[in-house]
Design a protein around this ligand. Sequence first.
Ligand code: UDP
Ligand code: MG
Length: 322
Amino acid sequence: MAVILYLVIPCYNEQEVLRETTKRLHDKLGRMKTAGLITEESRVVYVNDGSRDATWQLIEEIHRENPLFTGISLAHNRGHQSALLAGLLTVKDYADVVISMDADLQDDIEVLDKMVEEYNHGNEIVYGVRSSRKKDSIFKKFTAEAFYHIMNVMGVEIVFNHADYRLTSKKVLESLSGFREVNLFLRGIFPSIGYKHTTVLYERNERFAGESKYPLKKMLSFAWEGITSFTVSPLRLIAGLGILISFVSLCAFIWSIVEKLIGYTVAGWTSILCSIWLLGGLQLFCLGIIGAYIGKIYEEVKQRPRFILEKNLLEEEKEEDK
Ligand code: UDP
Ligand code: MG
Protein backbone atom coordinates (compact mmCIF):
# COMPACT_ATOMS: atom_id res chain seq x y z
CA MET A 1 0.00 0.00 0.00
CA ALA A 2 1.40 3.41 -0.96
CA VAL A 3 1.71 5.84 1.93
CA ILE A 4 2.18 9.59 2.19
CA LEU A 5 5.77 9.84 3.40
CA TYR A 6 7.31 13.00 4.80
CA LEU A 7 11.04 13.20 5.42
CA VAL A 8 12.01 15.64 8.17
CA ILE A 9 15.57 16.94 7.97
CA PRO A 10 17.00 19.44 10.48
CA CYS A 11 19.60 21.70 8.87
CA TYR A 12 22.04 23.97 10.62
CA ASN A 13 24.53 25.74 8.34
CA GLU A 14 24.22 23.04 5.72
CA GLN A 15 24.66 25.09 2.52
CA GLU A 16 27.48 22.80 1.33
CA VAL A 17 25.40 19.65 1.42
CA LEU A 18 21.83 20.66 0.57
CA ARG A 19 22.11 20.55 -3.23
CA GLU A 20 23.62 17.07 -3.24
CA THR A 21 21.20 15.85 -0.57
CA THR A 22 18.30 17.15 -2.64
CA LYS A 23 19.55 15.37 -5.74
CA ARG A 24 20.00 12.06 -3.98
CA LEU A 25 16.62 12.22 -2.25
CA HIS A 26 14.90 13.25 -5.48
CA ASP A 27 16.22 10.11 -7.18
CA LYS A 28 15.47 7.88 -4.23
CA LEU A 29 11.90 9.10 -3.72
CA GLY A 30 11.32 8.83 -7.47
CA ARG A 31 12.26 5.16 -7.31
CA MET A 32 10.04 4.62 -4.27
CA LYS A 33 7.09 6.17 -6.10
CA THR A 34 7.66 3.93 -9.11
CA ALA A 35 7.82 0.93 -6.80
CA GLY A 36 4.39 1.92 -5.44
CA LEU A 37 5.67 2.44 -1.88
CA ILE A 38 4.84 6.12 -1.52
CA THR A 39 2.33 8.52 -3.06
CA GLU A 40 2.75 11.71 -5.07
CA GLU A 41 1.80 13.79 -2.02
CA SER A 42 5.01 12.76 -0.24
CA ARG A 43 7.42 15.56 0.66
CA VAL A 44 10.88 16.33 1.96
CA VAL A 45 10.75 18.96 4.70
CA TYR A 46 13.95 20.79 5.53
CA VAL A 47 13.90 22.42 8.96
CA ASN A 48 16.22 25.39 9.04
CA ASP A 49 17.50 25.58 12.60
CA GLY A 50 18.39 29.29 12.64
CA SER A 51 21.34 28.84 10.28
CA ARG A 52 23.77 31.70 9.86
CA ASP A 53 24.71 30.84 6.29
CA ALA A 54 22.56 30.70 3.14
CA THR A 55 20.77 27.48 4.14
CA TRP A 56 17.27 29.02 4.21
CA GLN A 57 17.68 30.90 0.92
CA LEU A 58 18.79 27.63 -0.60
CA ILE A 59 15.78 25.77 0.81
CA GLU A 60 13.44 28.41 -0.68
CA GLU A 61 15.21 28.15 -4.00
CA ILE A 62 14.96 24.36 -4.03
CA HIS A 63 11.28 24.60 -3.11
CA ARG A 64 10.61 26.94 -6.06
CA GLU A 65 12.36 24.53 -8.42
CA ASN A 66 10.56 21.45 -7.17
CA PRO A 67 7.59 21.40 -4.76
CA LEU A 68 8.59 17.89 -3.63
CA PHE A 69 10.98 19.80 -1.38
CA THR A 70 9.64 22.21 1.16
CA GLY A 71 10.68 23.68 4.48
CA ILE A 72 10.13 25.52 7.71
CA SER A 73 12.50 27.91 9.41
CA LEU A 74 13.06 28.42 13.13
CA ALA A 75 13.63 31.99 14.24
CA HIS A 76 16.71 31.00 16.23
CA ASN A 77 19.17 28.13 16.54
CA ARG A 78 17.54 25.77 19.04
CA GLY A 79 19.62 22.64 18.52
CA HIS A 80 19.06 19.45 16.57
CA GLN A 81 16.45 17.91 18.92
CA SER A 82 14.21 20.98 19.00
CA ALA A 83 14.49 21.45 15.24
CA LEU A 84 13.50 17.82 14.77
CA LEU A 85 10.54 18.16 17.11
CA ALA A 86 9.38 21.31 15.29
CA GLY A 87 9.51 19.39 12.01
CA LEU A 88 7.75 16.29 13.31
CA LEU A 89 4.90 18.20 14.94
CA THR A 90 4.46 20.45 11.92
CA VAL A 91 4.12 17.63 9.40
CA LYS A 92 2.12 15.17 11.49
CA ASP A 93 -1.20 16.31 10.06
CA TYR A 94 -0.07 15.95 6.46
CA ALA A 95 1.65 12.58 6.47
CA ASP A 96 0.86 8.92 7.11
CA VAL A 97 4.44 8.25 8.09
CA VAL A 98 7.40 10.50 8.85
CA ILE A 99 11.05 9.59 8.69
CA SER A 100 13.66 11.80 10.36
CA MET A 101 17.24 11.93 9.15
CA ASP A 102 20.29 14.19 9.01
CA ALA A 103 21.01 16.62 6.19
CA ASP A 104 24.41 15.08 5.45
CA LEU A 105 22.83 11.71 4.51
CA GLN A 106 25.33 9.84 6.66
CA ASP A 107 22.50 7.41 7.30
CA ASP A 108 22.02 5.11 4.33
CA ILE A 109 18.91 6.20 2.41
CA GLU A 110 18.68 2.81 0.71
CA VAL A 111 16.92 1.44 3.80
CA LEU A 112 14.01 3.88 3.38
CA ASP A 113 12.10 1.20 1.43
CA LYS A 114 12.63 -1.31 4.19
CA MET A 115 11.37 1.14 6.79
CA VAL A 116 8.17 1.77 4.84
CA GLU A 117 7.73 -1.98 4.30
CA GLU A 118 8.06 -2.56 8.05
CA TYR A 119 5.38 0.08 8.57
CA ASN A 120 3.16 -1.77 6.11
CA HIS A 121 3.72 -4.89 8.20
CA GLY A 122 2.09 -3.14 11.15
CA ASN A 123 5.02 -1.45 12.91
CA GLU A 124 4.33 2.05 14.18
CA ILE A 125 7.99 2.90 14.87
CA VAL A 126 10.98 1.65 12.88
CA TYR A 127 14.36 2.43 14.42
CA GLY A 128 17.38 2.72 12.13
CA VAL A 129 20.25 0.98 13.89
CA ARG A 130 23.90 1.16 12.86
CA SER A 131 25.27 -2.24 12.00
CA SER A 132 28.86 -1.29 12.85
CA ARG A 133 31.04 1.63 13.86
CA LYS A 134 33.92 0.79 11.55
CA LYS A 135 34.15 4.35 10.25
CA ASP A 136 34.19 5.97 13.69
CA SER A 137 37.39 6.87 15.51
CA ILE A 138 38.19 4.64 18.51
CA PHE A 139 37.38 7.54 20.80
CA LYS A 140 33.96 8.16 19.22
CA LYS A 141 33.10 4.45 19.21
CA PHE A 142 34.09 4.04 22.85
CA THR A 143 32.30 7.15 24.12
CA ALA A 144 29.17 6.50 22.05
CA GLU A 145 28.82 2.88 23.14
CA ALA A 146 29.61 3.75 26.77
CA PHE A 147 26.79 6.29 26.59
CA TYR A 148 24.21 3.67 25.55
CA HIS A 149 25.41 1.32 28.31
CA ILE A 150 25.31 3.99 31.02
CA MET A 151 21.82 5.02 29.96
CA ASN A 152 20.67 1.40 30.15
CA VAL A 153 22.22 0.89 33.56
CA MET A 154 20.41 3.99 34.79
CA GLY A 155 17.16 2.49 33.64
CA VAL A 156 16.50 4.63 30.55
CA GLU A 157 14.94 2.63 27.75
CA ILE A 158 17.03 3.48 24.71
CA VAL A 159 17.73 1.58 21.48
CA PHE A 160 21.40 0.59 21.20
CA ASN A 161 23.26 2.34 18.36
CA HIS A 162 20.16 4.15 17.16
CA ALA A 163 20.47 7.88 16.52
CA ASP A 164 17.55 9.89 15.17
CA TYR A 165 17.07 7.97 11.92
CA ARG A 166 13.60 6.55 12.43
CA LEU A 167 10.18 6.11 10.96
CA THR A 168 7.17 7.07 13.03
CA SER A 169 3.51 6.79 12.16
CA LYS A 170 0.96 9.57 12.53
CA LYS A 171 -0.40 7.80 15.61
CA VAL A 172 2.99 7.91 17.34
CA LEU A 173 3.41 11.59 16.52
CA GLU A 174 -0.01 12.32 18.03
CA SER A 175 1.24 10.70 21.22
CA LEU A 176 4.51 12.62 21.00
CA SER A 177 2.61 15.89 20.96
CA GLY A 178 1.39 15.04 24.49
CA PHE A 179 4.95 15.29 25.80
CA ARG A 180 5.26 18.90 26.83
CA GLU A 181 8.82 18.94 28.15
CA VAL A 182 11.31 21.54 27.06
CA ASN A 183 14.42 19.47 27.74
CA LEU A 184 14.21 17.17 24.80
CA PHE A 185 15.78 13.78 24.37
CA LEU A 186 13.78 12.15 21.61
CA ARG A 187 15.75 8.90 21.62
CA GLY A 188 14.40 8.26 25.09
CA ILE A 189 10.88 9.50 24.45
CA PHE A 190 10.01 7.24 21.52
CA PRO A 191 10.78 3.94 23.28
CA SER A 192 8.75 5.16 26.26
CA ILE A 193 5.74 5.83 24.01
CA GLY A 194 5.56 2.13 23.13
CA TYR A 195 3.51 0.64 20.22
CA LYS A 196 4.66 -2.11 17.90
CA HIS A 197 8.17 -1.37 16.70
CA THR A 198 11.12 -2.92 15.00
CA THR A 199 14.63 -2.06 13.83
CA VAL A 200 16.40 -2.02 10.47
CA LEU A 201 20.17 -2.24 10.19
CA TYR A 202 22.24 0.12 8.05
CA GLU A 203 25.81 1.16 7.49
CA ARG A 204 26.62 4.77 8.42
CA ASN A 205 28.81 6.68 5.97
CA GLU A 206 31.06 9.63 6.40
CA ARG A 207 29.83 13.18 5.83
CA PHE A 208 30.22 13.93 2.09
CA ALA A 209 30.68 17.70 2.59
CA GLY A 210 30.71 20.34 5.31
CA GLU A 211 31.67 19.77 8.93
CA SER A 212 30.04 18.05 11.85
CA LYS A 213 27.77 20.36 13.83
CA TYR A 214 28.22 18.13 16.86
CA PRO A 215 31.60 18.89 18.41
CA LEU A 216 32.62 17.09 21.61
CA LYS A 217 31.16 19.83 23.80
CA LYS A 218 27.71 19.48 22.23
CA MET A 219 27.94 15.69 22.40
CA LEU A 220 28.69 15.78 26.13
CA SER A 221 25.86 18.19 26.80
CA PHE A 222 23.55 15.97 24.73
CA ALA A 223 24.53 12.93 26.85
CA TRP A 224 23.97 14.93 30.02
CA GLU A 225 20.59 16.05 28.70
CA GLY A 226 19.71 12.41 28.07
CA ILE A 227 20.54 11.36 31.61
CA THR A 228 19.01 14.31 33.43
CA SER A 229 15.84 14.38 31.32
CA PHE A 230 15.09 10.73 31.84
CA THR A 231 16.17 9.48 35.19
CA VAL A 232 16.37 10.55 38.78
CA SER A 233 18.92 7.81 39.52
CA PRO A 234 21.76 10.32 40.21
CA LEU A 235 19.58 11.69 43.02
CA ARG A 236 19.02 8.20 44.37
CA LEU A 237 22.74 7.64 44.20
CA ILE A 238 23.27 10.55 46.58
CA ALA A 239 20.78 9.13 49.08
CA GLY A 240 22.45 5.70 48.82
CA LEU A 241 25.84 7.25 49.36
CA GLY A 242 24.52 9.08 52.43
CA ILE A 243 23.25 5.84 53.95
CA LEU A 244 26.54 4.11 53.17
CA ILE A 245 28.65 6.85 54.73
CA SER A 246 26.41 7.04 57.80
CA PHE A 247 26.96 3.31 58.21
CA VAL A 248 30.73 3.70 57.78
CA SER A 249 30.66 6.50 60.35
CA LEU A 250 28.94 4.19 62.81
CA CYS A 251 31.72 1.62 62.30
CA ALA A 252 34.35 4.36 62.67
CA PHE A 253 32.61 5.49 65.83
CA ILE A 254 32.75 2.02 67.39
CA TRP A 255 36.34 1.58 66.22
CA SER A 256 37.50 4.92 67.62
CA ILE A 257 35.87 4.17 71.01
CA VAL A 258 37.69 0.83 71.05
CA GLU A 259 40.97 2.56 70.15
CA LYS A 260 40.39 5.10 72.91
CA LEU A 261 39.68 2.39 75.46
CA ILE A 262 42.84 0.55 74.47
CA GLY A 263 44.58 3.88 74.85
CA TYR A 264 46.16 4.35 71.41
CA THR A 265 44.66 7.75 70.69
CA VAL A 266 45.73 11.36 70.90
CA ALA A 267 43.33 13.68 72.79
CA GLY A 268 40.51 15.00 70.60
CA TRP A 269 41.01 12.45 67.79
CA THR A 270 37.94 10.37 68.58
CA SER A 271 35.50 13.26 68.72
CA ILE A 272 36.83 14.91 65.53
CA LEU A 273 36.83 11.68 63.56
CA CYS A 274 33.35 10.70 64.66
CA SER A 275 31.80 14.10 64.03
CA ILE A 276 33.33 14.41 60.57
CA TRP A 277 32.00 11.06 59.41
CA LEU A 278 28.66 11.32 61.07
CA LEU A 279 27.96 14.83 59.84
CA GLY A 280 29.14 14.00 56.31
CA GLY A 281 26.90 10.94 56.20
CA LEU A 282 23.91 12.77 57.64
CA GLN A 283 24.30 15.69 55.26
CA LEU A 284 24.41 13.45 52.23
CA PHE A 285 21.46 11.46 53.48
CA CYS A 286 19.44 14.64 54.02
CA LEU A 287 20.38 15.83 50.55
CA GLY A 288 19.16 12.47 49.27
CA ILE A 289 15.79 13.00 50.97
CA ILE A 290 15.50 16.48 49.47
CA GLY A 291 16.56 14.91 46.17
CA ALA A 292 13.72 12.41 46.39
CA TYR A 293 11.21 15.25 46.63
CA ILE A 294 12.91 17.21 43.86
CA GLY A 295 12.77 14.03 41.78
CA LYS A 296 9.01 13.92 42.24
CA ILE A 297 8.62 17.61 41.40
CA TYR A 298 10.70 16.99 38.27
CA GLU A 299 8.40 14.16 37.20
CA GLU A 300 5.33 16.31 37.85
CA VAL A 301 6.45 19.45 36.05
CA LYS A 302 7.23 17.52 32.90
CA GLN A 303 3.51 16.72 32.66
CA ARG A 304 4.13 13.69 30.53
CA PRO A 305 1.06 11.73 29.52
CA ARG A 306 0.33 9.27 32.30
CA PHE A 307 -0.65 6.57 29.83
CA ILE A 308 -1.07 6.14 26.11
CA LEU A 309 -3.95 4.04 24.82
CA GLU A 310 -3.14 1.90 21.84
CA LYS A 311 -6.55 0.32 21.31
CA ASN A 312 -9.99 1.14 22.64
CA LEU A 313 -12.86 -1.25 21.91
CA LEU A 314 -15.39 1.26 23.25
CA GLU A 315 -14.44 3.75 20.54
CA GLU A 316 -14.41 1.06 17.87
CA GLU A 317 -17.94 0.06 18.84
CA LYS A 318 -19.09 3.66 18.48
CA GLU A 319 -17.53 3.94 15.03
CA GLU A 320 -19.30 0.75 13.92
CA ASP A 321 -22.66 2.09 15.10
CA LYS A 322 -22.34 5.18 12.94
N1 UDP B 1 21.78 20.23 13.44
C1 UDP B 1 20.77 21.13 13.75
N2 UDP B 1 21.00 22.07 14.73
C2 UDP B 1 22.18 22.15 15.43
C3 UDP B 1 23.19 21.18 15.12
C4 UDP B 1 22.95 20.24 14.13
O1 UDP B 1 19.69 21.11 13.15
O2 UDP B 1 22.31 23.01 16.28
C5 UDP B 1 21.53 19.24 12.37
C6 UDP B 1 22.57 19.19 11.28
O3 UDP B 1 22.31 20.14 10.28
C7 UDP B 1 22.44 17.77 10.77
C8 UDP B 1 22.06 17.00 12.02
O4 UDP B 1 21.60 17.96 12.96
O5 UDP B 1 21.41 17.62 9.81
C9 UDP B 1 23.22 16.20 12.59
O6 UDP B 1 24.35 17.01 12.71
P1 UDP B 1 25.80 16.54 12.26
O7 UDP B 1 25.72 15.75 10.99
O8 UDP B 1 26.69 17.74 12.21
O9 UDP B 1 26.21 15.60 13.49
P2 UDP B 1 27.14 14.29 13.44
O10 UDP B 1 26.63 13.44 12.34
O11 UDP B 1 28.51 14.75 13.20
O12 UDP B 1 26.95 13.67 14.80
MG1 MG C 1 26.32 13.97 10.46
